[in-house]
Write a protein that binds this ligand. Structure first.
Ligand code: MG
Length: 320
């Protein structure tokens, strides 16, 4: 097994990377060890995950600041009645009592993932457990694309940025995984802190452009608190130019925000481009045609099959 290098994250002749989003959300409960093992078992070599901190400072893998009512049950099997406890205010031991093994029948979120397995007794994992898995024999070629979840509009819901980054990095360094990591965030305060604390770990700039009826927070606009004082206009309105000038090595745009011009600019700036979250076959095809380096998807099996149909693979070869 050759040593991991950043250039392995680039598209090669004949291969494009597949990142399993929250493991394989379309098929398995998200951000769970069972989902991550499944993703590795089917041969995916890059896992995307979300990290938050508990009240006692443990990095845990879950997506929202509050436990999600549509995917969380109590020990008794009862669904959370409303918005769940804030992860930041909950000790790890208490968090471990919740079951995140399935989606609530009748919920909108459940309807979005009709093929996701329904399981019992799945726990919110500590980040440490995933790092231990990645260090097991046979997983030496696996990378983690770690999203540090932070929202500058609600700073009281996530930890102080320096402490948050320090705790996540500590786990990474404890496991000696710093050469197989991408650190990503929509909140560029986090990325700037990562640059201060671990300059050599590649940083991925998540971007979501303004659009009518945007279903989630737009982070790219002039004066955006997500951009930590950086002006797009000052970089010729080019996100790739901005990211490269800011020291980023990876750009991770919403897939419908990406066009050929920006992709060329990213390549000229030597950036790796990983698009999210690409689930439909036609969209996977479009991203292959555009020439991205990595496809982040809830359906890694579907992406595998599509790459094979196109004469491509997701696996690195010794020459690829
Ligand atoms: Mg994520």
């Amino acid at each position: 097994m050759r040593a991991p290098t950043f250039d392995q994250l680039r598209r090669g002749s004949g291969h494009i990377h597949i990142h399993g989003h929250r493991g394989a959300r379309g098929i398995m409960p998200e951000n769970t060890m069972e989902g991550f093992r499944f993703t590795l078992d089917i041969g995916i070599r890059i896992i995307e995950l979300d990290v938050l901190l508990t009240s006692d400072g443990t990095p845990v893998l879950t997506h929202n600041p509050h436990l999600m009512p549509y995917s969380t049950r109590t020990e008794d099997g009862a669904w959370l009645a409303g918005e769940g406890p804030l992860v930041l205010e909950t000790p790890f031991a208490d968090l471990s009592r919740f079951d995140v093994g399935g989606l609530r029948p009748g919920s909108d979120y459940g309807a979005r993932y009709p093929d996701q397995a329904f399981m019992h007794g799945l726990k919110i994992p500590p980040f440490d457990a995933l790092c231990a898995l990645i260090n097991e024999a046979g997983n030496e070629d696996v990378w983690l694309n770690i999203e540090i979840k932070s929202d500058p509009r609600f700073p009281q819901k996530t930890p102080p940025v320096p402490l948050f980054v320090e705790r996540v990095l500590q786990v990474i360094f404890d496991h000696g995984l710093d050469n197989r990591i991408i650190l990503q965030s929509f909140d560029w305060r986090i990325l700037h802190e990562c640059a201060r604390q671990a300059a050599d770990i590649p940083r991925s700039y998540l971007t979501y452009l303004p659009k009518p009826d945007a279903p989630m927070a737009v982070n790219i606009h002039e004066g955006s608190p997500w951009m930590d004082g950086i002006s797009l206009a000052a970089h010729g309105n080019s996100l790739p130019a901005l990211i490269a000038a800011d020291g980023g090595r990876v750009w991770s745009p919403y897939f419908q925000d990406l066009n050929a011009t920006d992709l060329s600019a990213a390549q000229e700036n030597d950036l790796v481009v990983n698009v999210w979250t690409v689930n439909e076959t036609a969209d996977i095809d479009h991203m292959i045609d555009l020439g991205v380096d990595g496809i982040i998807t809830d359906y890694p099996g579907r992406a595998q099959r599509r790459l094979l149909e196109r004469g491509l693979t997701w696996q690195l070869t010794e020459t690829g």
